[in-house]
Design a protein around this ligand. Structure first.
Ligand SMILES: CC(C)(COP(=O)(O)OP(=O)(O)OC[C@H]1O[C@@H](n2cnc3c(N)ncnc32)[C@H](O)[C@@H]1OP(=O)(O)O)[C@@H](O)C(=O)NCCC(=O)NCCS
Length: 174
C-alpha cells in the first residue's frame, strides 16, 4: 500500500512521532480550534499522545489522518486525510475527510490541494464508494474546501450540541 502521496506543492505521509513540535504548534493555537468544539492543547505530551493514537488507527482501522509537508521547505504545515469514523448523523461506519493547518499556511489553497489528493486516493487506491465530511454550519472556509473538492451538501444536523453540515462525494467509477 502506498505510504505517501505527492501533489504539486505538498508531500502527504503518515504522521511520525517526530512531528510532535509541528502538532503542538498546530493544536496549541486557539484560532485553529474555533470551530472544532474542543480546547487547544497546553502540553507537548498531549500532542505526542494524539500522534500515538493516530498511528494506532493506521493499524486497527487501516487509515488515519496524514501529515502535510511543504515540499519546498520540508516544513510540517498541518494534517489532512481520511479517517474511518462511526456514529455521526445516522451513519454507522464511514470514511471522513478532515484537515487542519497552522494558520500562517491558510489562504494558499493547501487544504483544497490535499482534499483533491485524498479524494483521488480514496476512490482510485482504496476503491471506496463514498467519502463524507462534516463541519460546523458557520465554518465557511471548511465548506469552501469541501465544495471546491466536489463534495455535495446533504443535510444539516445537530452533533454534540452544535449545528453541523454533512457532505458527501461518490466514486464516479462505481
Ligand atoms: C479549514 C481550513 C483548512 C481552511 O483553510 P483555507 O486556507 O481557507 O483553505 P485552503 O488552504 O484550501 O485555501 C483556500 C483559499 O486559498 C486561496 N488560494 C491561494 N492560492 C491558491 C491556490 N494555488 N489554489 C487554490 N486556492 C488558493 C484561495 O483564495 C482560496 O480561497 P477561495 O476559494 O475562497 O478563493 C483552515 O481554516 C483550518 O485549518 N482551520 C482549523 C481547523 C479546522 O477548522 N478544520 C476543519 C474542521 S471541519
Amino acid at each position: 500500500m502506498c505510504k505517501y502521496i505527492e501533489t504539486e506543492r505538498l508531500l502527504l505521509r503518515e504522521l511520525f512521532p517526530s512531528d510532535d513540535l509541528g502538532m503542538f504548534e498546530l493544536d496549541s493555537n486557539p484560532e485553529v480550534h474555533r470551530y472544532l468544539g474542543n480546547n487547544p492543547v497546553t502540553d507537548i505530551e498531549q500532542s505526542r499522545e494524539i500522534i500515538a493514537n493516530i498511528r494506532e488507527r493506521y493499524l486497527t482501522r487501516g487509515i488515519g489522518r496524514w501529515a502535510v509537508i511543504l515540499k519546498g521547505t520540508n516544513e510540517f504545515i498541518g494534517w489532512s486525510g481520511l479517517k474511518l469514523e462511526k456514529d455521526v448523523n445516522g451513519h454507522d461506519y464511514f470514511y471522513d475527510l478532515g484537515y487542519r493547518f497552522i494558520p500562517k499556511h491558510w489562504g494558499k489553497g493547501y487544504a483544497i490541494e490535499t482534499a483533491n489528493a485524498f479524494v483521488n486516493y480514496g476512490f482510485n487506491t482504496l476503491k471506496l464508494d463514498t467519502i463524507n465530511a462534516y463541519a460546523d454550519a458557520s465554518h465557511k472556509a471548511s465548506r469552501n474546501v469541501l465544495e471546491k473538492a466536489g463534495f455535495k451538501y446533504i443535510n444539516t444536523f445537530e452533533y454534540q450540541g452544535e449545528e453541523e453540515v454533512w457532505y458527501e462525494i461518490k466514486n464516479p467509477n462505481k
